[in-house]
Design a protein around this ligand. Structure first.
Ligand SMILES: [Ca+2]
Length: 435
């Protein structure tokens, strides 16, 4: 009897151990229907022409090349995997790897992109977790610099991050913690491009960005809300009532059904002076009055106009039916629009889109090159290397190196227990007299 139960327990333990041991590999970031390749950066990294450019497979690096490279501005960053097993999990959102890029005592406007096939006309949602570190000190939990994080979609599938067709998320200047960035665009071709981008403001000693867990999904095109079909109720054949005394209370008082009003969409809109010319509103970019905004529907008809007002914006264009819209911008006096041509938007029911229209001062006759960004106290130039406390990792050869998750340890422990139990069974059996 003892032997029987020991056998049962051992068998169960083995099963449980197998389940636990397999567990960690089946865990993925929550993104049903993700169409991105290597979205969690777990599927290997490779060098792109140089060891300092080590990029996750399926992704391609891009960077703005100057001006001011000699002075430390707009440099090519170094790209490296961030490896949980080496660097810890602070900057790996899930799994064992994240994509990192950084400059030391320099700025960059750079990132990685991936082209993805989608049905033309479909609405694409893209999001990513990102974490920035911008500091002259070596405490990896504190930043005093400014680092802007973005995700973008080029709905035409182009690979030029500077193209006006790229739809960017608002700049997020959060540092030292994960933020989720997201953006939405309607595909204008059967390929779209997802861009992950980071841009620090100052030439801090550390300007690092970490990206992980990209989620790209395609939403079904908006289906027109079906017109309520009047299903005629059963015709009441009047039953000849013999007794006319009772006032016939109609059994079925037709209660008016709540008509399903299609959820309208909203555009929140403001214009701003893009002082550093990065196309996105940063903390130092003030709102701008006097920019004429025309909202046009898919037929090109102007359905709303407004002059922006820095005192009250963002302004909400509300009650918009789902569909395609164009926003035509006429700059305020003394400014030019950073957007070439109208801005096209696809709105789904209930959507809330926030748009910040970048305006830059019209060029002066004498173009004196003005320095971008007040440089911080000049740090002594240092070797172009990442500091020692942030060791440069050798990229793992492939996916998921043997993890060190609790679940896997639990599996091992249970396997060990199972083996001990099996051993007990064998010993007990050996000591029993043969039947
Ligand atoms: Ca990851």
């Amino acid at each position: 009897m003892l032997v029987y139960w020991l056998k049962r327990i051992a068998a169960l333990a083995v099963l449980l151990a197998l389940v636990l041991a397999l567990g960690p590999y089946t865990v993925a970031a929550q993104c049903p229907g993700n169409i991105a390749v290597n979205p969690g950066f777990e599927e290997g990294f490779s060098e792109r022409g140089a060891g300092e450019v080590t990029v996750a497979n399926g992704w391609h690096p891009f960077w703005q090349d100057g001006p001011g490279v000699e002075e430390g501005y707009n440099k090519r960053p170094e790209y490296k995997p961030e490896i949980a097993a080496i660097h810890g999990t602070r900057r790996v959102h899930s799994g064992n790897y994240a994509q990192k890029w950084f400059t030391t005592y320099g700025t960059h406007n750079a990132g990685v992109y991936q082209q993805i096939n989608v049905p033309a006309g479909s609405l694409v949602n893209a999001s990513v977790y990102a974490q920035a570190w911008s500091s002259d000190f070596d405490d990896i939990t504190r930043s005093e610099g400014t680092y802007r994080l973005y995700i973008g979609i080029d709905p035409t599938g182009g690979t030029n991050f500077a193209s006006g067709s790229v739809v960017w998320s608002p700049a997020n200047s959060t540092t030292d913690q994960w933020v989720q960035l997201s953006v939405q665009a309607r595909a204008q071709a059967d390929t779209i491009t997802v861009f992950l981008r980071g841009a620090p403001e100052y030439r801090n000693k550390h300007n690092d960005a970490y990206f992980d867990d990209v989620c790209v999904t395609v939403a079904a095109p908006p289906t027109p809300t079906p017109a309520p079909t009047n299903t005629p109720g059963p015709t009441n054949t009047p039953t000849p009532t013999a007794t006319p005394e009772n006032t016939p209370t109609p059994a079925n008082t037709p209660t008016p059904k709540p008509t399903a009003t299609p959820r309208s969409a909203t555009i929140l809109l403001a214009a701003f002076e893009d002082r550093n010319g990065d196309g996105s509103r940063g903390p130092d970019d003030p709102l701008l009055s006097g920019v004429l905004i025309e909202l046009r529907n898919a037929q090109g008809e102007v359905i709303a106009t407004r002059h922006t007002d820095s005192a009250t914006d963002p302004y909400a264009f509300e009650g918009l039916a789902p569909g395609e819209y164009d926003i035509v911008v006429t700059p305020a006096e003394g400014y030019v629009s950073a957007h070439a041509g109208p801005i096209s938007l696809g709105l789904i029911a209930g959507a809330l889109r926030e748009l910040h229209i970048a305006q830059v001062p019209a060029p002066e006759p004498t173009p004196t090159p003005e320095p971008t960004a007040t440089p911080q106290p000049e740090p002594t130039p240092q070797p172009d290397e990442e500091p020692a406390e942030d060791p440069v990792p050798t990229p793992g050869p492939g996916p998921a190196s043997p993890g060190t998750t609790l679940a896997e340890y639990t599996g091992l422990i249970i396997v060990a227990i199972a083996l001990v139990l099996i051993a007990i069974v064998v010993i007990v059996r050996m000591q029993q007299p043969k039947e």
